[in-house]
Design a protein around this ligand. Structure first.
Ligand code: AMP
Ligand code: ZN
Length: 471
Protein backbone atom coordinates (compact mmCIF):
# COMPACT_ATOMS: atom_id res chain seq x y z
CA UNK A 1 0.00 0.00 0.00
CA UNK A 2 1.42 3.34 -1.06
CA UNK A 3 1.45 6.19 1.45
CA UNK A 4 1.76 9.66 0.01
CA UNK A 5 1.80 13.20 1.37
CA UNK A 6 -1.35 15.11 0.40
CA UNK A 7 -0.86 18.89 0.13
CA UNK A 8 -4.56 19.47 0.80
CA UNK A 9 -4.79 17.58 4.11
CA UNK A 10 -1.12 18.25 4.97
CA UNK A 11 -0.87 14.59 6.01
CA UNK A 12 0.65 11.40 4.66
CA UNK A 13 -2.29 9.28 3.52
CA UNK A 14 -2.77 5.85 2.03
CA UNK A 15 -3.68 5.64 -1.63
CA UNK A 16 -6.62 3.23 -1.65
CA UNK A 17 -6.53 0.24 -4.02
CA UNK A 18 -9.33 0.42 -6.57
CA UNK A 19 -10.12 -0.60 -10.12
CA UNK A 20 -7.78 2.08 -11.52
CA UNK A 21 -6.10 5.31 -10.43
CA UNK A 22 -6.69 8.52 -12.37
CA UNK A 23 -3.36 10.34 -12.38
CA UNK A 24 -3.09 13.84 -13.79
CA UNK A 25 0.03 15.95 -14.31
CA UNK A 26 0.16 19.63 -15.21
CA UNK A 27 2.20 19.68 -18.39
CA UNK A 28 4.54 22.21 -19.97
CA UNK A 29 3.90 25.53 -21.63
CA UNK A 30 5.40 24.83 -25.03
CA UNK A 31 6.96 28.18 -25.96
CA UNK A 32 10.58 27.17 -25.32
CA UNK A 33 12.65 24.13 -24.34
CA UNK A 34 11.82 22.56 -20.97
CA UNK A 35 14.56 23.27 -18.42
CA UNK A 36 15.89 20.54 -16.16
CA UNK A 37 13.87 21.95 -13.22
CA UNK A 38 10.71 21.25 -15.24
CA UNK A 39 12.11 17.79 -15.96
CA UNK A 40 12.58 17.17 -12.24
CA UNK A 41 8.83 17.58 -11.73
CA UNK A 42 8.04 15.11 -14.56
CA UNK A 43 10.62 12.60 -13.31
CA UNK A 44 8.98 12.73 -9.88
CA UNK A 45 5.55 12.21 -11.45
CA UNK A 46 7.04 9.24 -13.32
CA UNK A 47 8.49 7.87 -10.08
CA UNK A 48 4.97 8.03 -8.69
CA UNK A 49 3.57 6.28 -11.79
CA UNK A 50 6.16 3.50 -11.58
CA UNK A 51 5.61 3.02 -7.86
CA UNK A 52 1.86 2.75 -8.42
CA UNK A 53 2.52 0.06 -11.04
CA UNK A 54 4.92 -1.90 -8.80
CA UNK A 55 2.32 -1.79 -6.05
CA UNK A 56 -0.33 -3.30 -8.31
CA UNK A 57 -2.39 -0.16 -8.91
CA UNK A 58 -3.54 0.52 -12.46
CA UNK A 59 -2.76 4.16 -13.16
CA UNK A 60 -4.31 6.01 -16.09
CA UNK A 61 -1.98 8.94 -16.71
CA UNK A 62 -2.99 12.15 -18.48
CA UNK A 63 -1.00 15.33 -19.05
CA UNK A 64 -2.13 18.63 -20.60
CA UNK A 65 -0.01 20.61 -23.02
CA UNK A 66 -0.40 24.37 -22.62
CA UNK A 67 -0.17 25.53 -26.23
CA UNK A 68 -2.17 28.73 -25.77
CA UNK A 69 -1.29 31.46 -23.25
CA UNK A 70 0.45 34.87 -23.22
CA UNK A 71 3.90 33.33 -23.82
CA UNK A 72 2.98 30.99 -26.68
CA UNK A 73 1.09 33.81 -28.44
CA UNK A 74 4.07 36.11 -28.06
CA UNK A 75 6.37 33.42 -29.48
CA UNK A 76 4.07 32.79 -32.47
CA UNK A 77 3.92 36.53 -33.25
CA UNK A 78 7.70 36.85 -33.03
CA UNK A 79 8.04 34.00 -35.52
CA UNK A 80 5.10 34.68 -37.86
CA UNK A 81 4.48 38.41 -37.47
CA UNK A 82 1.50 40.41 -36.25
CA UNK A 83 -0.96 38.58 -38.52
CA UNK A 84 -0.20 35.25 -36.85
CA UNK A 85 -3.13 32.81 -36.80
CA UNK A 86 -4.13 29.78 -34.73
CA UNK A 87 -2.42 27.56 -37.35
CA UNK A 88 0.78 29.56 -36.90
CA UNK A 89 0.49 29.15 -33.14
CA UNK A 90 0.07 25.40 -33.59
CA UNK A 91 3.15 25.22 -35.79
CA UNK A 92 5.21 27.28 -33.33
CA UNK A 93 4.20 25.16 -30.32
CA UNK A 94 4.51 21.83 -32.18
CA UNK A 95 8.27 22.33 -32.40
CA UNK A 96 8.64 22.69 -28.62
CA UNK A 97 6.18 19.89 -27.96
CA UNK A 98 8.34 17.58 -30.10
CA UNK A 99 11.46 18.70 -28.21
CA UNK A 100 9.68 18.09 -24.91
CA UNK A 101 8.73 14.56 -25.99
CA UNK A 102 12.35 13.86 -26.92
CA UNK A 103 13.48 15.07 -23.48
CA UNK A 104 10.92 12.90 -21.70
CA UNK A 105 12.12 9.93 -23.70
CA UNK A 106 15.79 10.65 -22.87
CA UNK A 107 15.16 10.72 -19.13
CA UNK A 108 13.01 7.58 -19.37
CA UNK A 109 9.69 9.17 -18.47
CA UNK A 110 7.98 7.90 -21.61
CA UNK A 111 9.28 6.39 -24.83
CA UNK A 112 8.00 7.44 -28.23
CA UNK A 113 6.00 4.20 -28.59
CA UNK A 114 4.31 4.56 -25.25
CA UNK A 115 2.22 7.72 -25.49
CA UNK A 116 -0.79 9.01 -27.34
CA UNK A 117 -1.35 12.60 -28.38
CA UNK A 118 -5.10 12.99 -28.32
CA UNK A 119 -6.75 14.11 -31.56
CA UNK A 120 -10.28 15.56 -31.40
CA UNK A 121 -12.89 12.84 -31.78
CA UNK A 122 -10.41 10.08 -31.05
CA UNK A 123 -10.84 7.57 -28.19
CA UNK A 124 -8.26 7.75 -25.40
CA UNK A 125 -5.91 4.78 -25.54
CA UNK A 126 -5.01 3.82 -21.97
CA UNK A 127 -2.95 0.88 -23.18
CA UNK A 128 -0.32 3.64 -23.56
CA UNK A 129 1.56 4.86 -20.53
CA UNK A 130 0.70 8.51 -20.97
CA UNK A 131 -1.92 10.53 -22.84
CA UNK A 132 -1.18 14.13 -23.81
CA UNK A 133 -4.02 16.55 -24.49
CA UNK A 134 -3.31 19.90 -26.13
CA UNK A 135 -5.45 22.79 -24.96
CA UNK A 136 -6.13 23.98 -28.53
CA UNK A 137 -7.66 20.56 -29.24
CA UNK A 138 -10.33 21.00 -26.56
CA UNK A 139 -11.52 24.58 -27.14
CA UNK A 140 -15.15 23.53 -27.64
CA UNK A 141 -15.19 21.58 -24.34
CA UNK A 142 -13.54 24.57 -22.64
CA UNK A 143 -16.21 26.94 -23.92
CA UNK A 144 -18.95 24.54 -22.75
CA UNK A 145 -17.37 24.33 -19.30
CA UNK A 146 -17.25 28.13 -18.98
CA UNK A 147 -20.84 28.52 -20.19
CA UNK A 148 -21.94 26.02 -17.54
CA UNK A 149 -20.14 28.10 -14.91
CA UNK A 150 -22.00 31.19 -16.18
CA UNK A 151 -25.32 29.30 -16.09
CA UNK A 152 -24.72 28.26 -12.49
CA UNK A 153 -23.82 31.82 -11.52
CA UNK A 154 -20.09 31.25 -10.85
CA UNK A 155 -18.85 33.23 -13.83
CA UNK A 156 -19.72 36.54 -15.41
CA UNK A 157 -18.78 38.57 -18.45
CA UNK A 158 -17.18 41.91 -17.45
CA UNK A 159 -17.06 45.29 -19.20
CA UNK A 160 -13.70 44.43 -20.77
CA UNK A 161 -15.39 41.58 -22.70
CA UNK A 162 -13.58 38.85 -20.76
CA UNK A 163 -15.36 36.25 -18.63
CA UNK A 164 -14.24 35.90 -15.01
CA UNK A 165 -14.73 33.41 -12.21
CA UNK A 166 -16.50 34.94 -9.19
CA UNK A 167 -14.70 34.09 -5.99
CA UNK A 168 -17.37 35.78 -3.89
CA UNK A 169 -20.08 33.57 -5.34
CA UNK A 170 -17.90 30.48 -4.93
CA UNK A 171 -17.15 31.32 -1.30
CA UNK A 172 -20.85 31.58 -0.50
CA UNK A 173 -21.36 27.97 -1.50
CA UNK A 174 -18.04 26.34 -0.61
CA UNK A 175 -16.10 28.54 1.79
CA UNK A 176 -12.81 26.80 1.01
CA UNK A 177 -11.07 28.96 -1.61
CA UNK A 178 -7.32 28.69 -1.09
CA UNK A 179 -7.53 25.65 1.22
CA UNK A 180 -4.67 24.10 -0.75
CA UNK A 181 -2.40 26.99 0.29
CA UNK A 182 -3.36 26.89 3.96
CA UNK A 183 -6.33 26.80 6.29
CA UNK A 184 -6.27 30.50 6.98
CA UNK A 185 -5.60 31.62 3.44
CA UNK A 186 -8.83 33.54 3.03
CA UNK A 187 -8.73 35.35 6.39
CA UNK A 188 -8.37 39.11 6.18
CA UNK A 189 -8.36 39.17 2.39
CA UNK A 190 -10.66 41.34 0.34
CA UNK A 191 -12.54 39.74 -2.51
CA UNK A 192 -13.53 41.64 -5.60
CA UNK A 193 -10.60 42.79 -7.71
CA UNK A 194 -10.14 41.21 -11.13
CA UNK A 195 -7.00 39.87 -12.73
CA UNK A 196 -6.56 39.20 -16.43
CA UNK A 197 -2.99 37.87 -16.45
CA UNK A 198 -2.41 34.15 -15.84
CA UNK A 199 0.17 34.36 -13.07
CA UNK A 200 -0.24 36.53 -9.95
CA UNK A 201 0.71 36.71 -6.29
CA UNK A 202 -1.48 35.57 -3.44
CA UNK A 203 -1.81 38.86 -1.53
CA UNK A 204 -5.15 39.82 -3.04
CA UNK A 205 -8.04 37.61 -3.90
CA UNK A 206 -8.94 38.28 -7.48
CA UNK A 207 -11.56 37.02 -9.86
CA UNK A 208 -9.51 35.36 -12.57
CA UNK A 209 -10.12 35.17 -16.31
CA UNK A 210 -11.74 32.04 -17.74
CA UNK A 211 -12.07 33.45 -21.25
CA UNK A 212 -9.93 36.40 -22.28
CA UNK A 213 -11.40 38.81 -24.80
CA UNK A 214 -9.45 39.12 -28.04
CA UNK A 215 -7.12 42.11 -28.29
CA UNK A 216 -5.66 42.41 -31.77
CA UNK A 217 -2.63 44.38 -30.56
CA UNK A 218 -1.40 41.56 -28.31
CA UNK A 219 -3.10 38.51 -29.84
CA UNK A 220 -2.73 39.11 -33.61
CA UNK A 221 -5.31 36.82 -35.31
CA UNK A 222 -5.19 34.20 -32.57
CA UNK A 223 -8.70 33.76 -31.18
CA UNK A 224 -11.77 31.53 -31.24
CA UNK A 225 -15.29 32.91 -31.55
CA UNK A 226 -18.24 31.86 -29.43
CA UNK A 227 -21.84 33.06 -29.34
CA UNK A 228 -21.90 33.78 -25.58
CA UNK A 229 -18.24 34.35 -24.77
CA UNK A 230 -17.32 36.33 -27.86
CA UNK A 231 -13.93 36.34 -29.63
CA UNK A 232 -11.16 35.29 -27.28
CA UNK A 233 -9.22 32.39 -25.83
CA UNK A 234 -9.08 30.39 -22.61
CA UNK A 235 -7.35 31.70 -19.49
CA UNK A 236 -4.65 29.41 -18.12
CA UNK A 237 -6.40 27.64 -15.21
CA UNK A 238 -9.57 26.47 -16.93
CA UNK A 239 -7.68 24.07 -19.21
CA UNK A 240 -6.77 21.67 -16.42
CA UNK A 241 -10.32 21.50 -15.05
CA UNK A 242 -11.49 20.68 -18.57
CA UNK A 243 -8.74 18.18 -19.37
CA UNK A 244 -9.16 16.30 -16.07
CA UNK A 245 -12.83 15.92 -16.99
CA UNK A 246 -12.13 14.74 -20.55
CA UNK A 247 -9.18 12.52 -19.59
CA UNK A 248 -11.07 10.62 -16.91
CA UNK A 249 -14.48 10.78 -18.51
CA UNK A 250 -16.00 12.79 -15.67
CA UNK A 251 -14.61 10.60 -12.86
CA UNK A 252 -12.79 12.38 -10.01
CA UNK A 253 -9.01 12.53 -10.24
CA UNK A 254 -7.23 10.35 -7.68
CA UNK A 255 -3.84 12.04 -7.75
CA UNK A 256 -2.91 15.37 -9.34
CA UNK A 257 0.76 16.35 -9.65
CA UNK A 258 2.75 19.52 -10.33
CA UNK A 259 5.54 21.67 -8.96
CA UNK A 260 4.92 23.61 -5.72
CA UNK A 261 4.72 26.90 -7.64
CA UNK A 262 1.41 25.68 -9.09
CA UNK A 263 -0.37 25.50 -5.70
CA UNK A 264 -1.40 29.12 -6.13
CA UNK A 265 -3.04 30.36 -8.24
CA UNK A 266 -3.22 27.48 -10.73
CA UNK A 267 -4.33 24.51 -8.62
CA UNK A 268 -6.32 26.67 -6.24
CA UNK A 269 -8.32 27.93 -9.21
CA UNK A 270 -8.67 24.47 -10.75
CA UNK A 271 -10.31 23.30 -7.50
CA UNK A 272 -12.72 26.25 -7.43
CA UNK A 273 -13.79 25.83 -11.08
CA UNK A 274 -14.28 22.07 -10.85
CA UNK A 275 -15.98 21.97 -7.46
CA UNK A 276 -18.34 24.72 -8.64
CA UNK A 277 -19.62 22.27 -11.29
CA UNK A 278 -19.16 18.86 -9.68
CA UNK A 279 -19.59 19.59 -5.96
CA UNK A 280 -17.28 19.68 -2.97
CA UNK A 281 -14.80 16.82 -2.73
CA UNK A 282 -15.54 15.63 -6.26
CA UNK A 283 -12.46 16.91 -8.03
CA UNK A 284 -9.05 15.74 -6.81
CA UNK A 285 -8.51 13.44 -3.82
CA UNK A 286 -4.74 13.64 -3.49
CA UNK A 287 -2.51 16.61 -4.36
CA UNK A 288 1.13 15.76 -5.04
CA UNK A 289 3.61 18.64 -5.29
CA UNK A 290 7.30 18.33 -5.99
CA UNK A 291 9.82 20.89 -4.79
CA UNK A 292 11.99 23.08 -6.95
CA UNK A 293 15.34 22.60 -8.49
CA UNK A 294 17.61 25.51 -7.57
CA UNK A 295 20.73 27.06 -9.05
CA UNK A 296 22.96 28.96 -6.63
CA UNK A 297 20.14 28.72 -4.10
CA UNK A 298 17.52 30.31 -6.38
CA UNK A 299 14.63 28.63 -8.22
CA UNK A 300 15.66 27.62 -11.71
CA UNK A 301 13.40 29.55 -14.06
CA UNK A 302 13.28 30.89 -17.56
CA UNK A 303 12.42 34.38 -16.39
CA UNK A 304 15.45 34.50 -14.04
CA UNK A 305 17.66 33.20 -16.87
CA UNK A 306 19.41 30.71 -14.54
CA UNK A 307 18.34 27.57 -16.34
CA UNK A 308 19.88 24.59 -18.12
CA UNK A 309 18.16 22.51 -20.74
CA UNK A 310 19.00 18.85 -21.23
CA UNK A 311 21.18 19.39 -24.26
CA UNK A 312 23.30 22.00 -22.40
CA UNK A 313 24.60 19.44 -19.95
CA UNK A 314 28.23 18.62 -20.54
CA UNK A 315 29.31 15.06 -20.15
CA UNK A 316 32.51 14.54 -18.19
CA UNK A 317 35.47 13.51 -20.21
CA UNK A 318 34.96 9.90 -21.16
CA UNK A 319 33.78 8.09 -24.25
CA UNK A 320 30.67 6.41 -22.89
CA UNK A 321 29.21 9.24 -20.90
CA UNK A 322 27.11 10.94 -23.54
CA UNK A 323 24.80 7.98 -23.59
CA UNK A 324 24.26 7.98 -19.83
CA UNK A 325 24.06 11.73 -19.18
CA UNK A 326 20.23 11.93 -19.09
CA UNK A 327 20.11 8.89 -16.80
CA UNK A 328 22.74 10.48 -14.57
CA UNK A 329 20.45 13.52 -14.29
CA UNK A 330 17.52 11.29 -13.38
CA UNK A 331 19.69 9.46 -10.83
CA UNK A 332 20.79 12.81 -9.36
CA UNK A 333 17.18 13.91 -8.92
CA UNK A 334 16.24 10.63 -7.25
CA UNK A 335 18.95 11.12 -4.65
CA UNK A 336 16.85 13.93 -3.12
CA UNK A 337 13.33 13.39 -1.80
CA UNK A 338 10.68 15.01 -4.02
CA UNK A 339 9.51 17.29 -1.19
CA UNK A 340 12.90 18.92 -0.63
CA UNK A 341 14.57 21.54 -2.75
CA UNK A 342 17.66 20.41 -4.62
CA UNK A 343 20.52 22.64 -5.69
CA UNK A 344 21.92 21.76 -9.11
CA UNK A 345 25.63 21.92 -9.91
CA UNK A 346 27.65 20.38 -12.72
CA UNK A 347 29.83 18.78 -10.04
CA UNK A 348 26.86 16.98 -8.49
CA UNK A 349 25.85 15.75 -11.93
CA UNK A 350 29.37 14.41 -12.55
CA UNK A 351 29.31 12.62 -9.20
CA UNK A 352 25.93 11.15 -10.05
CA UNK A 353 27.36 10.01 -13.37
CA UNK A 354 30.16 8.13 -11.69
CA UNK A 355 27.70 6.67 -9.20
CA UNK A 356 25.51 5.46 -12.04
CA UNK A 357 28.39 3.75 -13.81
CA UNK A 358 29.27 2.06 -10.52
CA UNK A 359 25.69 0.82 -10.27
CA UNK A 360 25.84 -0.57 -13.79
CA UNK A 361 29.03 -2.48 -13.07
CA UNK A 362 27.63 -3.86 -9.80
CA UNK A 363 24.34 -4.78 -11.45
CA UNK A 364 26.22 -7.00 -13.89
CA UNK A 365 27.77 -8.79 -10.98
CA UNK A 366 24.33 -9.34 -9.38
CA UNK A 367 22.87 -10.62 -12.62
CA UNK A 368 19.20 -10.30 -13.48
CA UNK A 369 16.71 -10.19 -10.63
CA UNK A 370 13.43 -11.83 -11.49
CA UNK A 371 11.41 -10.50 -8.58
CA UNK A 372 11.78 -6.75 -8.06
CA UNK A 373 11.27 -5.87 -4.44
CA UNK A 374 11.53 -2.21 -3.69
CA UNK A 375 12.15 -0.88 -0.23
CA UNK A 376 11.46 2.75 0.60
CA UNK A 377 9.15 3.98 -2.13
CA UNK A 378 5.90 3.07 -0.38
CA UNK A 379 6.77 5.50 2.34
CA UNK A 380 5.97 8.76 0.52
CA UNK A 381 8.27 7.91 -2.41
CA UNK A 382 11.42 7.94 -0.35
CA UNK A 383 13.78 7.56 -3.29
CA UNK A 384 17.00 8.33 -1.33
CA UNK A 385 16.11 5.46 1.02
CA UNK A 386 15.29 3.24 -1.95
CA UNK A 387 18.72 3.98 -3.39
CA UNK A 388 20.46 3.04 -0.15
CA UNK A 389 18.38 -0.07 0.56
CA UNK A 390 17.95 -1.80 -2.80
CA UNK A 391 20.27 -3.78 -5.05
CA UNK A 392 21.97 -1.98 -7.95
CA UNK A 393 19.94 -3.88 -10.52
CA UNK A 394 16.72 -3.00 -8.69
CA UNK A 395 17.67 0.66 -8.61
CA UNK A 396 18.51 0.64 -12.30
CA UNK A 397 15.39 -1.22 -13.36
CA UNK A 398 12.83 0.34 -11.10
CA UNK A 399 14.06 3.87 -10.51
CA UNK A 400 16.13 4.76 -13.54
CA UNK A 401 14.32 2.61 -16.08
CA UNK A 402 17.45 0.93 -17.44
CA UNK A 403 16.78 -2.70 -18.24
CA UNK A 404 19.67 -4.70 -16.79
CA UNK A 405 18.48 -7.75 -18.70
CA UNK A 406 18.83 -6.03 -22.04
CA UNK A 407 22.32 -4.81 -21.13
CA UNK A 408 23.60 -8.24 -20.20
CA UNK A 409 25.04 -9.72 -23.33
CA UNK A 410 24.20 -13.43 -23.32
CA UNK A 411 27.20 -13.96 -25.58
CA UNK A 412 29.69 -12.63 -23.10
CA UNK A 413 30.65 -16.10 -21.86
CA UNK A 414 33.35 -17.49 -24.10
CA UNK A 415 34.01 -21.21 -24.44
CA UNK A 416 37.59 -22.52 -24.34
CA UNK A 417 37.51 -23.32 -28.07
CA UNK A 418 36.80 -19.68 -28.91
CA UNK A 419 39.61 -18.24 -26.78
CA UNK A 420 42.70 -16.90 -28.46
CA UNK A 421 45.99 -18.69 -27.81
CA UNK A 422 47.43 -15.99 -25.51
CA UNK A 423 44.34 -15.93 -23.29
CA UNK A 424 44.32 -19.69 -23.20
CA UNK A 425 47.90 -19.78 -21.99
CA UNK A 426 47.31 -17.00 -19.40
CA UNK A 427 44.36 -18.99 -18.13
CA UNK A 428 46.46 -22.13 -17.87
CA UNK A 429 49.25 -20.28 -16.07
CA UNK A 430 46.70 -18.88 -13.66
CA UNK A 431 45.36 -22.33 -12.93
CA UNK A 432 48.86 -23.49 -12.02
CA UNK A 433 49.40 -20.42 -9.83
CA UNK A 434 46.13 -21.10 -8.04
CA UNK A 435 46.99 -24.75 -7.49
CA UNK A 436 50.28 -23.61 -5.95
CA UNK A 437 48.32 -21.11 -3.85
CA UNK A 438 50.33 -18.28 -5.39
CA UNK A 439 47.49 -15.77 -5.15
CA UNK A 440 49.65 -12.78 -5.94
CA UNK A 441 50.56 -14.29 -9.27
CA UNK A 442 47.00 -15.40 -9.96
CA UNK A 443 45.81 -11.82 -9.38
CA UNK A 444 48.45 -10.49 -11.74
CA UNK A 445 47.33 -12.94 -14.38
CA UNK A 446 43.71 -11.91 -13.86
CA UNK A 447 44.77 -8.32 -14.51
CA UNK A 448 46.59 -9.33 -17.70
CA UNK A 449 43.50 -11.13 -18.94
CA UNK A 450 41.38 -8.07 -18.15
CA UNK A 451 43.76 -5.83 -20.09
CA UNK A 452 43.03 -7.99 -23.12
CA UNK A 453 39.29 -7.28 -22.77
CA UNK A 454 38.16 -10.34 -20.82
CA UNK A 455 37.05 -11.18 -17.30
CA UNK A 456 37.82 -14.40 -15.52
CA UNK A 457 35.50 -15.95 -12.95
CA UNK A 458 36.35 -18.71 -10.50
CA UNK A 459 33.44 -21.14 -10.46
CA UNK A 460 33.04 -24.61 -8.91
CA UNK A 461 33.72 -25.96 -12.40
CA UNK A 462 36.98 -24.05 -12.62
CA UNK A 463 37.84 -20.80 -14.41
CA UNK A 464 35.37 -19.34 -16.90
CA UNK A 465 36.19 -16.46 -19.18
CA UNK A 466 33.78 -13.82 -20.45
CA UNK A 467 34.09 -10.71 -22.54
CA UNK A 468 34.51 -7.61 -20.43
CA UNK A 469 31.49 -5.42 -19.88
CA UNK A 470 31.17 -2.61 -22.40
CA UNK A 471 29.54 0.48 -20.95
P1 AMP B 1 5.74 25.35 -16.93
O1 AMP B 1 6.22 24.83 -18.25
O2 AMP B 1 6.34 26.63 -16.50
O3 AMP B 1 4.21 25.38 -16.88
O4 AMP B 1 6.21 24.30 -15.81
C1 AMP B 1 6.10 22.92 -15.95
C2 AMP B 1 6.29 22.22 -14.61
O5 AMP B 1 7.61 22.44 -14.09
C3 AMP B 1 5.35 22.67 -13.51
O6 AMP B 1 4.91 21.52 -12.78
C4 AMP B 1 6.21 23.55 -12.63
O7 AMP B 1 5.75 23.57 -11.30
C5 AMP B 1 7.53 22.84 -12.72
N1 AMP B 1 8.70 23.70 -12.42
C6 AMP B 1 8.96 24.95 -12.86
N2 AMP B 1 10.15 25.40 -12.40
C7 AMP B 1 10.68 24.39 -11.66
C8 AMP B 1 11.91 24.22 -10.92
N3 AMP B 1 12.85 25.17 -10.88
N4 AMP B 1 12.10 23.05 -10.29
C9 AMP B 1 11.18 22.06 -10.35
N5 AMP B 1 10.01 22.15 -11.03
C10 AMP B 1 9.75 23.30 -11.68
ZN1 ZN C 1 -2.52 22.54 -14.84
Amino acid sequence: MLKLYNTLSRKIEEVPQKDHINLYTCGPTVYNYAHIGNLRSYIMADLLYRTLKYDGYKPKWVMNITDIDDKTIKGAITKFGNKATVENLREFTQFYLDEFLKDLSEVNVVSSEDYQIYQPGQALDFSKKLIFIRVTDVIKETQDFIVELINKGYAYKADDGSTYFSIEKYQKGFDDYGALVGEKFIEGKKVGARVAVDEYEKDNLSDFALWKAWDEASDAQIFWDHSTLGKGRPGWHIECSVINKIGFNGEPTDIHTGGVDLIFPHHTNEIAQSQALFGKGNFVHHWFHSEHLLVDGKKMSKSAGNFYVLKDLKPINSYHLDKYQPYALRYLFLQAHYRVQQNFTQKSLDASHNGLLGLIVSAHKDGVISDLRLVGLDNDLNSPLAISENKPSEILEALIGISVKSMIDPNRLVSDDELSADIKSLKKERETAKNQKDFKKSDELRKQIEDLGYEVMDTPEGQKVKKKLQI
